[in-house]
Design a protein around this ligand. Structure first.
Ligand code: DX5
Ligand code: ZN
Length: 250
């Protein structure tokens, strides 16, 4: 099932609750929260205190995308603040296996993110540990950048690996997702669609979310049958506790 994850990076930070609620009315089902530290990426955004406030504003899962160095140090604080999903960059984690375990030990769903220059195959050994893989389709750090088509091959490769390895991690894409790019990423196999400026830049978050989701769902009808079978089995897996690699709740 494709889902829309509005990224609050392009929202009015003085009115985040309103922004999240508007995107939710338009069909957004995951709130994507971009955390930047001014070191791993050349920009600074927000941290656990804002996540704590967002937690009061919505019941949707808070998907925290950590674009930070040394994420292990802050994982307990994000858990405490109410984060549901936490993804860390392959490029920022010398001990990625340990970091993913650390996220899970704090009761959150672990995800891994790759930059445009990073190959999907570097993730093969840790794919069984993750709830989602986030493919950056821009270089991280800023909203409103142009979509990089090289991400399409990465998404396809992940979809193939997921089938081959009989896993059920979700495939998320982030950067430059808008009306003119959303169909391509869904057809390639992405099922979690992050969009920031396409939703929040013009004050019409509800309508923008609705029309993006409509375009995504139309494209999803073209997804190959084997991927659809996986999506159905994942729904069944939802009811099971998250105990082992192949039973990750989606
Ligand atoms: C970029 C962030 C994205 C960003 C996407 O570093 O990770 O989540 O908000 O913004 P758009 O959709 O405008 O490319
Ligand atoms: Zn992001």
């Amino acid at each position: 099932m494709v889902e829309l994850a509005p990224s609050i990076l392009s929202a009015d930070f003085a009115h985040l609750a309103d922004a999240v609620q508007a995107a939710e009315r338009g069909g957004g089902t995951i709130v994507h929260v971009d955390v930047m530290d001014g070191h791993f990426v050349p920009n600074i955004t927000l941290g656990p205190p804002v996540v704590r406030s967002l937690r009061q504003a919505t019941r949707l899962p808070l998907d925290c995308h950590l674009m930070i160095e040394n994420p292990d140090l802050l994982i307990p604080a994000f858990a405490e603040a109410g984060a549901d999903w936490v993804s860390v960059h392959y490029e920022a984690c010398p001990h990625l296996h340990r970091t993913l375990q650390w996220i899970e030990q704090h009761g959150m769903k672990p995800g891994v993110v790759i930059n445009p220059a990073t190959r999907v195959d570097l993730l093969i050994d840790i794919l069984p540990m993750v709830h989602h893989v986030l493919v950056m389709s821009v270089n991280p750090g800023f909203g409103g950048q142009k979509f990089l088509p090289l991400s399409l091959a990465k998404i396809r490769r992940l979809r193939d690996l997921r089938t081959e390895l009989k896993l059920n991690f979700r495939i998320e894409v982030d950067g430059g997702i808008a009306q003119d790019t959303i169909a391509q990423v869904v057809e390639a196999g992405a099922d979690l669609l992050v969009a920031g400026s396409a939703i929040f830049s013009d004050g019409h978050a509800e309508q923008n979310s609705r029309s993006l989701l409509r375009a995504a769902r139309m494209a999803a009808q073209k997804v190959p049958p084997d991927a659809k079978i996986l999506q159905i089995s994942a729904k069944t897996a939802k009811k099971r506790p998250h105990t082992s690699n192949k039973k990750v709740a989606r």
